[in-house]
Design a protein around this ligand. Structure first.
Ligand SMILES: [Zn+2]
Ligand SMILES: [Zn+2]
Length: 262
């Protein structure tokens, strides 16, 4: 995988963030796309979960325990990888939900919670740390294997439009202008690209960087799928039980692509 290709896929996922913001900045388009976005969140959650457990984790175990010469070394490798995974998960819990006073994925419908000037910015800051690792996930997956890279790229891409839309809606709910809302999607998009660049640069200096980046960013992705997207799906379920079924469609779509690309 060369740097040019990495940047191309990285730019595409970053651009999807801005697309989500553009949708919200145009109210007519937003109301028509609101329904489609719900399904995209559910589809993204199912696809992402499958990509983590079926695509990324086997690669992580191969990197950490594949060359172990004893059972003890293999289990130490698995322990190391799992510790990084937990670390990635907890990092996002800290920045999105401990530091930020109010954050959830999807449309911001609690303007009273983000009306304080700092609240919206802290939420965007937390989201930027998460999107940085979206970029790290895609890039390190491509460095390890092209097929894994493509599937992780699709997994991340699916939640990028709703993510940009989340960022823009936080800004609008806190009374910022549509231009500022769009600016917030540019920031989270740029953070995604920065994550891709970081892996690309580290890779040229230390080839083992991806050994650590892959399980850590998988922990971040796990948080996004299981603790940001799934609760959003369940929240929407009250209005439309069909949305939660779409998570399984995401899993099926992942499997179809897994077989097709393989
Ligand atoms: Zn809210
Ligand atoms: Zn994300």
């Amino acid at each position: 995988m060369n740097v040019g290709e990495l940047l191309l896929f990285g730019s595409l996922v970053a651009l999807a963030n801005v697309c989500g913001g553009v949708l919200l900045a145009r109210p007519g388009t937003f109301h028509r796309s609101k329904r489609a976005l719900r399904y995209l969140v559910a589809l993204g959650a199912g696809f992402m979960l499958s990509a983590i457990f079926i695509e990324i984790m086997p690669e992580v175990f191969a990197l950490w325990a594949g060359k172990a010469t004893s059972d003890v070394a293999a289990s130490e490798g698995v322990l190391g990888a799992m510790t990084l995974l937990l670390g990635g998960y907890l990092l996002i819990h800290f920045f999105e939900h401990t530091i930020a006073p109010h954050f959830h994925f999807g449309e911001e419908t609690h303007p009273e919670a983000v009306v304080r000037p700092s609240a919206a910015y802290t939420a965007i800051g937390g989201l930027s740390i998460h999107t940085f690792f979206d970029g790290v996930s895609v890039a390190s997956a491509f460095v390890v294997d092209r097929k894994v890279g493509l599937l992780v790229f699709v997994a991340v891409l699916l939640h990028k439009v709703p993510e940009g839309f989340t960022a823009a809606s936080i800004m609008l709910a806190s009374g910022r202008t549509p231009a500022r809302a769009l600016g917030a999607t540019l920031i989270i998009g740029a953070a995604t690209l920065a994550g891709v660049l970081c892996v690309a640069l580290l890779q040229t200096r230390a080839t083992e960087a991806v050994v650590y980046a892959l399980p850590f960013s998988a922990g971040v992705t796990l948080y996004v799928a299981a603790s940001d997207l799934i609760p959003e799906v369940n929240h929407l379920e009250h209005k439309n039980p069909f949305v939660s079924l779409v998570v399984f469609v995401g899993v099926a779509l992942f499997y179809a692509l897994h077989v097709l690309i393989g």
